[in-house]
Design a protein around this ligand. Structure first.
Ligand SMILES: Cc1ncc(COP(=O)(O)O)c(C=O)c1O
Ligand SMILES: N[C@@H](CCOP(=O)(O)O)C(=O)O
Length: 401
C-alpha cells in the first residue's frame, strides 16, 4: 500500500493519479509506503536472485513487471586505483552492465510497468541520451509508443543509435536538455502522455535498488560513503530515499554519506552545497564533455540537497580533464569501461581524497552509471589510432619492437 506525497507541503495523492508535481505548491512528489504493512525479511530477499525485483515489496508495481532483467550489476573492488589513492576499500558499482547500458533501466522497468498499469497509451521523455535509450527499449518491450526529445548535437552516438533502433520517435530540439525537459513536460500534461523523466516519482523507485544491491553485495554492511555523478539529481535522491526505507524497516542502522559529483562546467548542486543555499541557482549555459550530466537546472535538486545534507555527505566538481583521466584509469588499471559522466564519481573521490576530505579507512562505493560504448567518439578522441601495417609477420614484428 502506498500513496504520493508532496515533499514540500505534505499534500497527498492517491497512487492512481497521473501527477508529477504537487497541485497545491508545485513541488516534487514521492512515493510513501505503509512500512508497517510490509511483510518481508532480509533473509527472504537474500534468497531471491539479485535484481531490481528482489526488492518488489518496496516497489509500486502490482502485477507482472515489464522487465529486461535489469539490476544485479557487478560491484568491483578498485584495488589498483584504491591503492594509488590510499583508499583500500574503494568499490565501483557498474551500472553500465544493465540491459541498455545504464542505471536508467532500473527506473524504466518500474516506470514503464506503471505506465502500463495506469493505462497510459504513449510514453515520453527528454534526455541527454541514456534515459531515451532506456525508455525506448522498455517501451518496445511493453508495446507502448514512445517519444523522446534530445538536445541537438549534444547526445552521444551510442545513445541515439539505441533510441532509434528501439523504435522511439526521436526529436532533436535546437536547445539544451533543460529546455527539452520543459517542453516534454508541457507536451505530456497537455496531451495525456506519460512522462518518464525523473520527475516521475514511480521511476525513481526502481533506481533506489542500486543502494539495496550495494549493501547486499557488501554482505549486508552499509558503506561509509556512496558517491554518484549528479545531473538531474534523481539518482542520488532515489538511492537516499531507498536507504531511509531500509533504515525505517530496521534492515540497516545507519546511512552512508551521500556524495554528489558534478562537472565543473555544470555544477549548480555543488554551489548550493558549498554556499549553503536553500534553493539552487540554475546554470544557464552548462557545458561538459560528460554530456549525460550537462544539466543546468536539475529538477530533483530539492530532494538531492536533503540527501546530501541529512547524511553529512558533500558535493564536489571535477574538470573535464579529471573526468577523462579517470575514464582512462578505470579502463586501463581496472578493466572497467564507463562513459565520461560515470567516471566523474571516481574522479570526485580522487579529488576529495587529495584534498584530505575523505578518511583513508572509509569504505566507499562509487556508482559508475553508464557503459563505455555509449560514447565511442569521446573514447576514440582520447586514444592513439590503430596502427595499420602490411599483412606479414615482418611488418608486425617491426611495429611491436
Ligand atoms: C551516465 C549518467 N550518469 C549520471 C547521470 C546523472 O544522473 P541524475 O540525473 O539522476 O543525477 C546521468 C543522467 O542523468 C547519466 O546518464
Ligand atoms: N542523463 C539523463 C538526463 C535526464 O535525466 P532524468 O533522470 O530526468 O531522466 C539522460 O540520460 O537523459
Amino acid at each position: 500500500m502506498y500513496h504520493l506525497v508532496c515533499v514540500h507541503c505534505g499534500a497527498t495523492y492517491t497512487s492512481d493519479q497521473i501527477i508529477y508535481t504537487c497541485n497545491r505548491c508545485g513541488h516534487l512528489l514521492t512515493v510513501e509506503y505503509d512500512l508497517d504493512s510490509i511483510d518481508v525479511s532480509r533473509s527472504e530477499w537474500n534468497r531471491r536472485p539479485i535484481s531490481v525485483w528482489r526488492y518488489r515489496e518496496l516497489l509500486p508495481v502490482q502485477g507482472e513487471p515489464i522487465t529486461l532483467q535489469e539490476g544485479g550489476t557487478p560491484l568491483y573492488h578498485l584495488k589498483n586505483i584504491g591503492k594509488e589513492l590510499g583508499l583500500p576499500e574503494l568499490y565501483a558499482k557498474h551500472e553500465g552492465m544493465n540491459p541498455t547500458g545504464s542505471f536508467k533501466d532500473r527506473g524504466m522497468t518500474v516506470g514503464v510497468s506503471m505506465a502500463w498499469e495506469l493505462g497510459m497509451s504513449t510514453v515520453a521523455c527528454a534526455s541527454t541520451g541514456n534515459t531515451s535509450a532506456s525508455l525506448a527499449a522498455y517501451a518496445a518491450k511493453g508495446g507502448i509508443p514512445c517519444v523522446v526529445l534530445l538536445p541537438a548535437g549534444k547526445v552521444a552516438l551510442g545513445k541515439i543509435a539505441q533510441a532509434l533502433m528501439h523504435g522511439a520517435r526521436v526529436i532533436s530540439i535546437r536547445g539544451n536538455f533543460d529546455k527539452a525537459l520543459e517542453m516534454v513536460h508541457e507536451l505530456c500534461i497537455s496531451q495525456g502522455i506519460y512522462l518518464l523523466n525523473s520527475v516521475n516519482p514511480y521511476r525513481l523507485e526502481g533506481q533506489k535498488t542500486i543502494g539495496f544491491e550495494a549493501i547486499d553485495q557488501l554482505g549486508g554492511e552499509v558503506p561509509d560513503r556512496l558517491v554518484l555523478p549528479v545531473g538531474n539529481a534523481g539518482n542520488i535522491s532515489a538511492v537516499y530515499k531507498g536507504l531511509k526505507e531500509l533504515e525505517a524497516l530496521g534492515f540497516i542502522d545507519r546511512l552512508p554519506m551521500m556524495t554528489g559529483i558534478q562537472a565543473a562546467g555544470s555544477q549548480p548542486v555543488v554551489r548550493a552545497i558549498q554556499q549553503n543555499l536553500d534553493v539552487l541557482v540554475p546554470e544557464t549555459a552548462p557545458e561538459t564533455v560528460a554530456t549525460a550530466i550537462r544539466i543546468g537546472a536539475p529538477v530533483n535538486a530539492e530532494k538531492a540537497l536533503v540527501a546530501i545534507r541529512a547524511t553529512g555527505g558533500t558535493a564536489a566538481a571535477v574538470t573535464d580533464e579529471e573526468i577523462l583521466a579517470m575514464q582512462r584509469d578505470l579502463a586501463r588499471k581496472e578493466g572497467i569501461g564507463v562513459e565520461p559522466a560515470s567516471a566523474a564519481s571516481v574522479a570526485g573521490v580522487r579529488k576529495l581524497a587529495e584534498e584530505g576530505l575523505i578518511d583513508k579507512d572509509e569504505r566507499i562505493v562509487c556508482v559508475v552509471t553508464g557503459h563505455l560504448l555509449k560514447d565511442p567518439e569521446t573514447v576514440i578522441r582520447q586514444c592513439e589510432p590503430p596502427i595499420e601495417i602490411d599483412a606479414d609477420l615482418h611488418s608486425l614484428l617491426s611495429v611491436l619492437r
